[in-house]
Design a binder for this molecule. Sequence first.
Ligand code: XMP
Length: 338
Amino acid sequence: MTILFSNILTLETMDPNVRPESMERITSPELAKAFIDEQIAAVREQVGGNKVLLALSGGVDSSVVAALLIKAIGDQLVCVHVNHGLLRKGEPEQVVKVFKEELGANLIYVDAVDRFLDKLAGVDDPETKRKIIGKEFIDVFAEEASKLEGIKFLGQGTIYPDILESKDGIKAHHNVGGLPEGLDFELVEPIKLLYKDEVRVVGKALGLPDNMVYRQPFPGPGLGVRCTGAITRDRLEAVREADAIFREEIDKMNPTPWQYFVAIPDVKSTGIKDGKRYMGWAAVIRAVQTKDAVTAKSVEIPWATLCAIRDRIIAEVPGINRVLWDFSDKPVATIEWE
Ligand code: XMP
């Protein structure tokens, strides 16, 4: 089977940001492989002997772009992974393991945890938190870029819904036209005409691990939106640990819900431990099913699973004395607890 994605593109439309109607939906490893081969050739032609810089968060889109670019240009790709301290348990470690150790990427790991958390200290307004995280991320990335020489291109994990939503004015996506100021790069966006399901098929074909390819949606500001109010290190750690336990237990369900996570609001209540008063936070568990995240239904969790989750979170996570189940639907509740 031959499918010439880029040929279709030039024949049917002059706009490189419009997906041609005849472009086949990538649903199989064979179609993914054909797409990958084409993109490898296209990237090599675009980039030549130059270097490409890529912010690698560990999310599906940036991971797939990284794996594809490693195949296409090897050492000419420089990946930067910024650990802002708001990632889920084990995520920064997995990025290093998969990309540096297994795929041999040229990866710069930036431990910016203190820098982000210091800037966020005492800030309780959600929008201000988002702005601080976004600005700090760009600053850290630009600092790393300025240390490197000979970078001409910026790799980006833009996907087709990003382009469509930007066109419709729904959101100004950070991946579309949102280059950090002062960074004068040409973009390399090999998956910009793909839908999310196709990105996953391509990711599988590139050999990425399932927990990366089928990762749940995760907000850019990470656990920052699930640690409501002003973020403190102890409560952030409690969110991270409780979330890891919750996901581990829910992963035993079949099928697993679309999205499931823990949030910890900034509220303490009385408890009792070892015969003494134990002021603690309440961990809020949430599991939802949805098609597009515009509306969502709460997922039924069996009682035995709920009890196992409650017992583990209370026993294993310092600072928590209650577990609450948020089974509200969207609307009126949003999925996140921001
Ligand atoms: P809400 O809370 O609005 O969330 O019902 C809808 C979906 O969007 C995800 N979400 C984000 N995804 N960057 C993202 O890529 C973000 O900043 C962000 N904020 C929320 C959320 O997890 C849910 O799946």
